[in-house]
Design a protein around this ligand. Sequence first.
Ligand SMILES: Cc1cc2nc3c(=O)[nH]c(=O)nc-3n(C[C@H](O)[C@H](O)[C@H](O)COP(=O)(O)OP(=O)(O)OC[C@H]3O[C@@H](n4cnc5c(N)ncnc54)[C@H](O)[C@@H]3O)c2cc1C
Length: 433
Amino acid sequence: MITTPSTDYADVWYRRQAPSDIPLQPALNQRIETDVCIIGGGLAGLTTAYHLAKAGRQVAVVEARRIGWGASGRNGGFCSPGFSLGYEGIAARVGAAAAKDLFRMSVEGVQIVADNIRALGITAANPCPGILGAVRYNAGRGLADHRDWLAREFDYQVAHLDRAALAEHLSSPRYHQALHDQNAFHFDPLAYCLGVARAAEAAGAVIYETTSADKIEAAKGGWTVTTPQGRISAREVVVTTGGYTDRLVPDLHRAFLPIATYVMISRAAPELIASAIHTRSAIGDDRRAGDYYRLVDDGKRVLWGGKITTRTTEPRDLGKLLHQTMTDTYPQLAGLEIDTVWTGLMSYARHRMPQIGKLPSGLWHCTAFGGHGMNATAIGGRVVAEGILGQSERYRSFAPFGLEWTGGIVGMAAVQLTYWRYQAMDAWRERKG
Ligand SMILES: Cc1cc2nc3c(=O)[nH]c(=O)nc-3n(C[C@H](O)[C@H](O)[C@H](O)COP(=O)(O)OP(=O)(O)OC[C@H]3O[C@@H](n4cnc5c(N)ncnc54)[C@H](O)[C@@H]3O)c2cc1C
C-alpha cells in the first residue's frame, strides 16, 4: 500500500521539459459510482481509460501519485514492436501461429501510440522516427535473414546496414551491423501520458491523483474500491499498477518481480556528441540486458539507458556504470559529463510476457510489461477495453502467459544471477568478435 501520496514527480528529464505546473487532479474524497474503476495512472491504465471513455463508459482512474509518475513517465521513450520475451520464446510456448498473432498485435500497439500522438495533437511528445538495432558481434547473415523473415511473414520492412552503412550513423568501433526500423520511433513518454490523460478526461473519464486504492472487495453487481478518503462502486475494476504493484491483489503481487532500471542524461555538448552519434534515430544494441540511447534536446544531449538491479540502487552509482558503457562504446565521449540519472521500476512476470486478462473473481488486470511497455501497454489497454465492451476476446491471446508465482526472494535472486550470466555471455560473444 502506498501510504504517503506525494504530488512530486521524480526528477526525470521529461519532467523538466513539461510545464512547471502540471495541473493536479483532486484526490477522491467522496463515494462515487462508475462503470469502470481503473487503478494506476500509467500508460496501461490511461490507454484503457481512454478507449472506454470514448466508447461512452463512465470511467474513474485512481492514481496513488501523479499521472505518469511510474515507469510510463520515466522510460527511454523507445516505441517498437515485440515484447520483453522474444519471438522464439513466445513461439516455444504458444506455437508459431499464436506467436505471429501476438507479434502483429505488438505492431498494432506501436500504431496506436503513433495515431494517438497525431490525432490528439500531442506535439510535446515530439515523436522522431527510426530505431537502429545494432550488434556488437559478428552476426554473419543473421540480421539480413531476420529482415527477410519480417518482410515475408509480416510484410514488415526494415533495412539492413552493414558496417560501412552503419558508420554513416554511428562512429563506434564496437558495432558490426544493424537493422534500421523506420516504423518504430522514440518520443517523450511523460508528455504522451499527460496527453492521453487529457484526452480521456475530454471523453468523460475522471482522474483522481494522489489517491491510492487500498482495498478491493466484491460487492453486489461489481466491486467496491476503498481509497483513503473515498469509496468507488464499479461494475468492473482494472488493475494496472505495473512495477509499483502492492499487496492490493495478492494473486498479482505474487506473480510479478519489480526490477529497477536506469537512465542517464548527459550535459549539453552538441559538437562532441555529433562526433560519435550522427543520427536522429534511436539506438538499441543486442546485449541481452541491452543498452539503449538516443539524442534529446535537439541533439545537444545523449539519453543513455540500461542496467538492471533487483533492488533500487542509488541512481548516481548506476550512472557511473552507464557512463562507462557509453565511453566503452564511444571512447571520444569520455569527457561528456552526466547531468541527471534516474531510476524506475518495471514489472516482470517469470515468463517475461504481459499479464493481461481476467482473474476467476472477475477482476481485470493489465500489467507486467517489463522493459517493452510502450507498444504493449497500448495494445494491452485496447484489448482489455474491447473485452469490457464485449467487442472482442483478443485479451485471451495473453491467457497462456498467466499469473505464475515468481518465487519471492529466491526468484529475485535468480533474476540478478541470470542478469550477471547474460552480461558474462555478452562479453564472451563480443570478445569472439
Ligand atoms: C527507466 C525505464 C526505462 C524504460 N524504457 C523503455 C523503453 O524505452 N521502451 C519501452 O517500450 N519500455 C520501456 N520501459 C518499460 C515501460 O516504461 C513500462 O513497461 C510501462 O511504462 C509500464 O506501464 P504501466 O502502466 O504498466 O506501469 P506504470 O507506468 O509504472 O504505472 C503504474 C502506476 O500505478 C500506480 N499505482 C500503484 N499502486 C497503486 C494503488 N494501489 N493505487 C493507485 N495507484 C497505484 C503507480 O503510482 C504508477 O503510477 C522502461 C521502464 C523504465 C523503468
